[in-house]
Design a protein around this ligand. Structure first.
Ligand code: CP
Length: 314
């Protein structure tokens, strides 16, 4: 797909598909949607059906996509566990499931545990496909909502200093967000993870070819002052074959109120894609810089509404 061809009828599989212009188009559309009356929005996807197929569990991505379709006047076909509830259980291939869903729907939103499956599904499908997370690969719509949240706060996506903490090896939201921020110049991201969960060598090498500077740090003490955002992530239990190793690593870095008081700047956004499983103290939730329970998930719905509008409305 050519970047200039965005958006009508296109798949959203990776942040690599985006450029500055297309990111700004998503943000402008989301901002208009935010201000538009609920009644007017209902016309946008009137008569359209979107298939939501989640082969991995989800709270936010499933619900916000579902809400996005419905708030735009469309309808959904929903599979929250196709491995139990669809004919996949009888041995149907992902290709055949895709061909069936496209007989009934105008777009597919899919999450799958295997990296690369969404690309395969998009290649098979004659309708647009949105990647809602493919294993440890990418989660492009999460990155766009995170970028939109940063943009709303700091009014730009260049010249930013950010911190990413946790499971950088397995965190698909991290992989997409780094790609997304690399579209804009002069961004520096500090990376903090247990050494077993560092960003892969491949991703570190890839970043060198992009406009983004990645700096690995080893401890909370090394967090630089006045970051524009801190992006905490959970250690992903479901990606570990050795559960003892997971137990050892899961709480390597905890976002505490004390840490926020000592190290965060007055404008540092405290972000997390969620779910959290102990790596953020609940005492941080009421901090006015914390957006993981409020602005991020809400923006997720608006950004997904924007993407659906751009992809499906002629
Ligand atoms: N951020 C995110 O992908 O959350 P869910 O797994 O709940 O969809």
């Amino acid at each position: 797909m050519k970047k200039s061809e965005f958006f009508f009828g296109q798949d959203i599989i990776s942040l690599d598909q985006f450029n500055r212009k297309s990111v700004e188009k998503v943000f402008a559309t989301a901002s208009i949607i935010k201000k538009t009356s609920a009644k007017k929005l209902l016309k946008i996807l009137q008569g359209k059906v979107v298939g939501l197929l989640f082969f991995e569990p989800s709270t936010r991505t499933f619900s916000s996509n579902c809400a996005a379709v419905k708030r735009l006047g469309g309808q959904t076909i929903e599979y929250q566990n196709p491995l139990l509830t669809s004919s996949v259980v009888k041995g149907e291939t992902i290709e055949d499931t895709t061909k069936m869903i496209e007989q009934y729907c105008d777009a597919i939103v899919m999450r799958h545990p295997i990296v690369g499956t969404l690309k395969k599904v998009a290649d098979v499908a004659d309708i647009p496909v949105i990647n809602a997370g493919d294993g440890i690969g990418e989660h492009p719509t999460q990155a766009l909502l995170d970028m939109y949240t940063i943009y709303e706060k700091h009014k730009r996506l260049n010249n930013l200093k950010g911190l990413m903490v946790g499971d950088l090896l397995n965190g698909r939201t991290v992989h997409s967000l780094i790609r997304g921020l690399s579209i804009f110049p002069n961004n520096t991201i500090y990376l903090l993870s247990p050494k077993q969960l560092r960003l892969s060598e491949k991703d570190l090498e890839e970043a060198k070819r992009r406009k983004i500077k990645l700096v690995e740090i080893k401890s909370l003490d090394e967090i630089p002052p006045d970051c524009h955002f801190w992006y905490w992530t959970r250690v992903q239990k479901e990606r570990f074959s050795d559960k003892q190793e997971y137990e050892k690593l899961k709480l390597s870095f905890i976002l505490t109120k004390k840490l926020v008081d000592e190290k965060a700047g007055k404008n540092t956004l405290l972000m997390h894609p969620l779910p959290r499983v102990g790596e953020i103290e609940t005492a941080v939730d009421s901090d006015q810089r914390a957006v993981y329970l409020t602005t991020e998930p809400k923006n997720g719905m608006y950004v997904r509404m924007a993407l659906l509008k751009l992809i499906l409305e002629k």
